[in-house]
Design a protein around this ligand. Structure first.
Ligand code: MN
Length: 284
């Protein structure tokens, strides 16, 4: 069986920042979806996120796995910065998903998220590489406190910082009726999960849902660039003897099938000894 995505996507500067440092990609065949959130002075953030997205796309097109493509994107961002002093220190998050048969294989670094809406329940399927996420995991901060913590925009992993990057991989076994959301933190710092859930549940068309999410984030202040990709899943039988049948599955279990497939050397805290704080923007 194969999953087919019907996709709506938007990126928006928001209401506060002068430029948009986020980048997004939806490949023409609809199999690859990517969100990246850049950081760095001058044009650095824009260049970093655009370089990451373009490299990821090219590498996947060349047959590389999505996680190897993220590793290549890291090198590409570093090399671009090496060649231009004004870009030094730039970095970017990246969250990219590729349809492989009836699964979505997601590789991610940073705090741009992937969510899955299934059977009326919204669940975040990526784990943020951020200071507050680590503090929550350690029991030192509640989710509510994290929303207003001054460290909420500090991430612990990014592309463009070091030669080696630890990439998390999550595989989601897709079902007909699933809705996926990839987004930058400009959405999730403005809207809490229940608000995101409400918009996704109430807006049938994926393009309209993408617009509604951006509009809501702007209405809440639009403090950062906002990028969203909404992808609706149809699972079809692979064509046999010219016969393609759309499948209408009724999921019977309420828990999404999400498996964490660790890349070598990943991703327990013990396995990341050289992790360092990385602020996405200069302190204000
Ligand atoms: Mn951001």
């Amino acid at each position: 069986m194969s999953a087919v995505l019907r996709i709506g996507a938007r990126t928006d500067v928001g209401r506060v920042r002068a430029g948009n440092e986020d980048s997004l990609l939806v490949s023409d065949d609809g199999r690859l979806i990517v969100v990246a959130d850049g950081m760095g002075g001058h044009q650095g953030g824009e260049v970093a996120s655009a370089t990451a997205v373009a490299t990821l796309h090219a590498e996947v097109e060349a047959g590389r796995s999505v996680e190897d493509a993220v590793v290549a994107a890291n090198r590409a961002v570093l090399e671009r910065a090496d060649g231009d002093p004004t870009l030094r220190g730039m970095g970017t998050t990246v969250t990219g998903g590729i349809v492989e048969g009836s699964s979505l294989r997601i590789a991610h670094v940073g705090d741009s998220r992937a969510y899955l809406l299934r059977d009326g329940a919204l669940r975040q399927v990526t784990v943020d590489h951020s200071v507050v996420a680590e503090l929550i995991a350690a029991g030192e901060l509640t989710e509510e406190e994290a929303l207003v913590d001054r460290r909420r925009s500090m991430i612990t992993r990014a592309l463009g910082i070091e030669r080696d990057v630890v990439v998390d991989v999550v595989t989601v076994d897709l079902r007909g009726g699933d809705r996926l959301l990839l987004c930058s933190d400009g959405l999730t710092t403005m809207l809490r999960d229940p608000a995101i859930h409400g918009i996704l549940a109430d807006t049938t068309d994926p393009d309209a849902a993408a617009v509604a999410l951006v509009d809501a984030a702007n209405a809440a202040g639009g403090a950062d660039n906002i990028t969203v990709i909404v992808a609706d899943v149809t699972v079809v039988e692979d064509t046999v003897a010219g016969d393609t049948v759309a499948e209408d599955r009724t999921p019977d279990d309420r828990h999404p099938t999400v498996t964490e497939a660790a890349t070598p050397g990943d991703p327990t805290p013990e396995a990341a000894p050289r992790r360092r704080w990385w602020s996405r923007r200069a302190p204000s």
